[in-house]
Design a protein around this ligand. Structure first.
Ligand code: NDP
Length: 499
């Protein structure tokens, strides 16, 4: 159980500047996936709480003055939040590990990214400028300005709870929007901790609101209402479809960061050891519960046997264990229910004729019995039409396909309904550059895998979503563009005669 000090317990819904319990009195136990114990109990919002949160955000936007706050105030708030995140780095990392199961090392990377994101958007807010358009008439001042889009519903998944929500909250605050944040019901703790820091940093009432609950319970109050101007959603493609449909009813703007099935292409001229290492890390970090996980290896036939053997050796050596144990290299799956989904995909792979090279089972260490652990799993000799190759398994499952020509590698690399991220490994830089342009994915890594930075856009082609987070585009998601045409010397136009 997390201590009160660590979690700052008490009411965990934050509506109109006040911490409150759910109107219906509902609560939810939050479970540590490493051992099945309850680590906290949080309030569980009903639709009425969500409606109240949207109303608070609406009032703060329409009459509360937040959109017109001087940029310097918004910048100051963002920097204070970044500073308090830095001061609370250890506590936040521990909460994230206990709630998601990821290793503490990964949680620290997440928290550091979040701090950098708040600082980045403070910088961007401070440097944003209007654009003057030269009309060719000195009497006309034509300028294009950016204004906040309005009330935003921010909906985040369970795999990177603090990070994904921060990629939304930081630019939304920078733009002058107000918002209702809804983390995943499975992993709300780090978002509660973040909003407590935002509250203490002096955010005005109603600007940031927080509700925890299941999407089924409160989703439509956030997505099917004219009171919300933008829905920024990160999660699965199936949920994204539902949300886009709801948003269409009111012509509400949507930003969708959805799943991925990300190819990692390895040519025979690539440095062998670093390629094995990168494929291993890309597939099995956070037990594969990463939207950009490189779970589809596409390797040249001439090195495939040797490559898969080396990979399997490394995969068997991965130390699976609780995230708080410094010896663990990867943690559990987020829940028993999620492990059951991963196991169903493994069964599909076996039934479909893929060759199970390693894994395909729970660890037999009795110390891990109560957690939802699963071993790194590799399927060789996969076919592009297999479901384990095409669908996002969101677990530690790597599929292997072999190619012989560049054209075939490219065809397989683009052979997905998604388009979030891809990797290419080759010593031939001309070929590498060609692939970085020809692969239809939002991020392409050449001789690297998995890295991102606050200043560069993140998002996907195809079913991986609509829009971009991070970078200048990540701020633009939260802005409307307005053209202001100012005639400084009005005169009769003379189009129609006046007699
Ligand atoms: P889900 O789509 O199941 O849920 C995402 C969020 O949406 C949760 O907060 C969920 O609430 C909420 N939700 C569910 N149904 C509705 C609804 N009808 N209306 C409104 N909100 C709803 O995804 P997961 O949480 O399982 O996350 C995993 C997915 O997220 C993967 O597909 C992964 O690829 C993707 N992802 C994409 C990223 C990217 O950058 N492109 C980054 C990280 C993850 P609740 O769960 O509480 O019911």
């Amino acid at each position: 159980m997390l201590s009160d000090d660590e979690l700052c317990c008490g009411p965990s819904l934050y509506i109109d500047g006040k911490w409150t319990n759910a109107l219906g009195g509902g609560t939810r136990d939050i479970v540590n996936p490493a051992d099945g114990t309850v680590i906290a109990t949080v309030d569980e919002a009903d639709r009425a709480d969500a409606v109240a949160a949207v109303a608070a955000a609406r009032a703060a936007f329409d009459t509360g003055g937040w959109p017109a706050t001087p940029v310097s105030e918004r910048v100051g708030l963002l920097l204070r939040i970044a500073d308090s995140l830095a001061a609370e780095r250890d506590r936040l990392a521990r909460i994230e590990t206990l709630d998601t199961g990821k290793t503490l090392r990964e949680s620290y990377i997440d928290v550091d990214d979040v701090i950098a994101v708040f600082r980045y958007y403070a910088h961007l807010a401070a440097t944003g400028a209007d654009r003057l358009v030269d009309i060719g008439d000195p009497a006309i001042v034509s300028r294009v300005v950016r204004e906040p889009v309005g009330v935003c519903a921010l909906i985040a998944p369970w795999n990177y709870p603090l990070l994904q929500m921060s990629w939304k909250i930081a630019p939304a605050l920078a733009a002058g929007c107000t918002m209702v944040a809804k983390p995943s019901e499975v992993t709300p703790l780090s978002t509660i901790a973040l909003v407590r820091l935002i509250d203490r940093a002096g955010v005005p009432p109603g600007v940031v609101n927080l509700i925890q609950s299941s999407g089924a319970r409160v989703g439509s109050a956030l997505t099917d209402t004219p009171d919300v101007d933008l829905i920024s959603f990160t999660g699965g493609a199936a949920t994204g479809e539902i949300i886009a449909g709801k948003a269409a009813r009111h012509i509400t703007r949507v930003a969708l960061e959805l799943g991925g099935k990300n190819p990692h292409i390895v040519f025979p001229d690539a440095d062998f050891d670093s390629a094995v290492d990168a494929v291993l890390t890309g597939a099995f970090l956070h037990s594969g519960q990463v939207c950009s996980a490189g779970t589809r290896l596409i390797v040249h036939e001439s090195i495939a046997d040797e490559f898969v053997a080396a990979l399997a050796g490394r995969a068997r050596a991965i130390r699976v264990g609780p995230g708080l144990d410094p010896a663990s290299e990867t943690g559990p799956l987020v829940s028993e229910a999620h492990r059951a989904k991963v196991e169903a995909y493994v069964a599909l792979g076996i039934a479909g004729g893929a060759r199970l090279v390693t894994g395909g089972a729970r660890p037999d260490d009795p110390a891990l019995r109560d957690g939802s652990f699963y071993l790194p799993t590799i399927f060789d000799h996969c076919h592009r039409l297999m479901r384990i190759v095409q669908e996002e398994t969101f677990g530690p499952i790597l599929t292997v396909e072999r190619f012989t020509t560049d054209d075939e590698a490219l065809m397989l690399g683009n052979d997905t309904a998604y388009g979030l991220a891809a990797g290419v490994r080759t010593a031939d830089l001309a070929r590498g550059e060609r692939f970085t342009r020809a692969l239809r994915h939002g991020t392409v890594w050449l001789n690297d895998f998995g890295y991102y930075t606050p200043a560069a856009e993140w998002g996907g082609f195809g079913r991986s979503g609509i829009g971009r987070e991070l970078g200048p585009s990540g701020l633009a998601e939260y802005q409307e563009t307005k053209h202001i045409w100012h005639n400084t010397a009005p005169a009769v136009g003379g189009w129609f005669t006046d007699n």
